[in-house]
Design a protein around this ligand. Structure first.
Ligand code: MG
Length: 237
């Protein structure tokens, strides 16, 4: 799977706020049409990190990662065979360094054989700035609400296509993320398609002012999802 996300929120001229247009569909609507299913083209994996990239996980250790619970404790996920794997119940993890605008490459695989269905099937997530989730889920021949399937911006926007690979197969996200811009009054303004705010379950939360750079986080949703070959290129604002 390959997702290029333009999550763009930028200052409008003179700091004039423009209203965000929420999706026409209520959050998690089961009536919302699912994106068309397509077979993803073959990829050569892993994708090598380009010069200048920060390799956040190269397959050996979690030195760049810590628990997301503000304890500063080391990430407690398993590392084996060049991949990290969620250890259910140990909690999400995040990078020890912060990122704002960033190009992020992540390879991931859902458990095989698959267990559960819907949101209870290979669920994890990549959280830009710790709060904007690109969903990780087993959406291969498995249905859920459109704004919660793999590659959705969780609870907001479905992907354009469902190019999910089968459980256990490596797939990739290439995310180009442009952080929200807040003006000095804390009002979000923008000039392009933008997120609606932090991603959340069961409601749509508004933006709350936050620092210009924050850790990237990975979710423990109780499923042994694996990740590997994670690298980031900070972008010039
Ligand atoms: Mg998730």
């Amino acid at each position: 799977m390959r997702a290029r996300l333009a999550l763009i929120a930028a200052l409008a001229p003179l700091g004039v706020a423009r209203a965000q247009q929420p999706p026409a569909w209520p959050q998690h609507s089961m009536e919302r049409p699912r994106p068309p299913v397509e077979v993803a083209p073959a990829q050569r994996l892993p994708v090598p990190a380009p010069p200048g990239a920060i390799v956040l996980f190269g397959g050996r250790d979690l030195a760049w990662w810590e628990k997301s619970d503000n304890s500063g404790a080391p990430a407690a996920w398993r590392v084996a065979n060049g991949a990290m794997e969620v250890v259910a119940g140990t909690g999400g993890i995040r990078t020890r360094v912060a990122f704002g605008d960033v190009r992020l490459h992540v390879e991931w695989a859902t458990p095989s054989p698959a267990h559960g269905e819907g949101q209870d099937r290979g669920n994890s997530g990549v959280f830009l700035m710790g709060r904007y989730e690109v969903q990780v889920l087993d959406s291969y021949r498995s249905d859920t609400y459109a704004d919660g399937q793999a590659a959705s911006i969780y609870g907001q926007f479905p992907p354009r296509v469902n190019v999910s690979r089968p459980p256990g197969e490596w797939q990739t996200y290439d995310i180009e993320f442009h952080r929200p811009r807040f003006d000095s009054t804390g009002v979000l303004v923008h000039d392009n398609v933008a997120l609606l705010g932090p991603t959340s379950n069961g409601r749509r939360d508004p933006y709350v002012v936050h620092p210009d750079a924050l850790p990237i986080a990975l979710q423990d949703h109780g499923h042994p999802v694996r990740f590997r070959n994670i690298w980031a290129v900070p972008l010039q604002p």
